[in-house]
Write a protein that binds this ligand. Sequence first.
Ligand code: ATP
Ligand code: MG
Length: 657
Amino acid sequence: MVDTIDNLLHESRRFPPDEAFSAHAVATPALYEEAAKDRLAFWAAQSRELLHWSKPFTRTLDWSNAPFAKWFDDGELNVAYNCLDRHVLAGNGDRVALYWEGEPGDSRAITYAELTAEVKKAANLLTALGVEAGDRVAIYLPMIPEAIVAMLAVARIGAVHSVVFGGFSAESLRARIDDAQAKLVITADGGWRKGKVAPLKPAVDEAIALDHGDGPAASVEHVLVIKRGENDVEWTPGRDLWWHDEIAQVSDEHTAKPFPAEHPLFILYTSGTTGKPKGILHTSGGYLTQAAYTHKNVFDLHPESDVYWSTADIGWITGHTYVVYGPLANGATEVIYEGTPETPGPGRWWDIIEKYKVSLFYAAPTAIRGFMKQGRQIPQARDLSSLRLLGSVGEPINPEAWIWYREIIGAGRTPVVDTWWQTETGAIMVSALPGITTLKPGSAQVPLPGISVDVVTDAGEPVGPDEGGLLVITEPWPSMARGIWGDPDRFISTYWEMFRDKGYYFAGDGARKDKDGEIWLLGRVDDVMNVSGHRLSTAEIESALVAHPLTAEAAVVGAADDTTGQAVVAFVIIKDSQRANTGTPDEVAVALRNHVAQQIGPIARPRQVFVVNELPKTRSGKIMRRLLRDVAEGREVGDTTTLADTAVMQVIATAVK
Ligand code: ATP
Ligand code: MG
């Protein structure tokens, strides 16, 4: 069996840490030394240092019921207290927690004292509505401050939130309400998107009313509605309640009660890139420990002076860990933005960075490639000099996109950290540490101190230098998923069965280790192509395509082929500035096929290159290659429920015919 992925691409650019940056860096090499000495003692020390434990823990890890971990399990804490009250009690109540920017241009600055008071009121309201510890609450909201208030209020009373991305349909919302048996839904009339109000409440009404033979949603007792869009909404008296009416009637006194470390905190469904989303369960103490630890060290957070901005929606894990829990546990000042990057014009994100003097910025490669497509003059017309660190998450970042990000957004001086992790891992696992690691564009690089990751063959043996294989996590970690909600067997079969005898967690991603032992993500294992017995990764061929001056974005898939088993088929988007002088589609295809062959070898030369205007993406911006494979092989296109824009596949299928 050919059990490694062929390694094709060679990227040799290196960026050593800047001395001035290193001199003030939060992370120090001592972290690696301490974690290597005694991993569990390291995590226990981090947890005690970063969090307030109402009842200190004495046990660090209980792995006796593997793969269902318990961390710090005899300790007690309140997650919301850790994100709010303790900062106020420490004298930082006047520090801004949230700079909120609405899409139409309205804004609010909310201090830690104000946010704490809001959450206390909301906690009282939830209790008044009969929500108790352990009950599930669905949250279906735009990016407004109340979204964060709602999440923290749920956490404060020990209930469990299930945030559903506001762009999901009534069907998707209903499936998630049913799966978690949510008692309460918190929503808004609507939110601003692309210059107009996108209604949300109608989707909630429809979701609850849907009847697939078992009647309307029976678990939902109340729908709490925040006024944001000012759009007209229908009302079910008794069930529906206006947030502003209710919140005005409750006290802002609320004492946070501690809960056990393993008390459930939230359920969150994965992005659905590869198939049906999984309801991932996270608990309190271990999750918050790793959220705070990674946010502080990977983003070099100086909470007194930094302004941090993660552009992720709270509907994704990045929004949970790096908009809500990590930054607020660390007392950071952060920006949240309601709308899309191109409203009212393409430079909106850069305007926001300039306005709030954002210093730490975290975004996804899909957005970065989108900006590359539009051209550098847009960011270059803004003052981005406040930035001192850039982060990337969600997909492999191609070396060309990494270089553009650093040069054009980071003025050629900011570190760029490529952070690999998943909904299931809860927090960052593999990333450079700024000020310590010499950066390699396109590589996620090294496991964080305290994290044990390897790249192995199908048989579970470590791959040799410069070989590709499967990414695994070899030891339990504090923020690991505690299961799939209601489906423990699926948790075991999806992640733990593959390497059962070794006890490794199988991430589903391909990767290679370079000669220094550092990690390069190669894409999903499901997407690996087998061409004449060579296993080729999507990430490397896409990187080569994006390195061509014509190409803004690319996706490749393996399609059945009579002679080679599978053949590489590429779908590319041309940069706006290049559209006028690209030549015919056939000429483009020839140029790009030759370019790939020359960059990484004839074996990788695409059989076909299709020029398209859009690629199919999930709502969190990840390319859904399985749909492109359906098109490339002339099949009916599969399940598109997690696709951001369902019309895209029609257009692509027509273009290919
Ligand atoms: P599903 O599991 O339902 O198919 P998903 O895997 O897209 O959805 P997420 O948990 O949001 O859901 O995404 C995690 C995945 O995103 C990782 O497994 C990996 O494939 C990809 N990813 C995230 N960060 C990086 C990164 N820095 N480099 C490469 N890939 C990344
Ligand atoms: Mg996944």
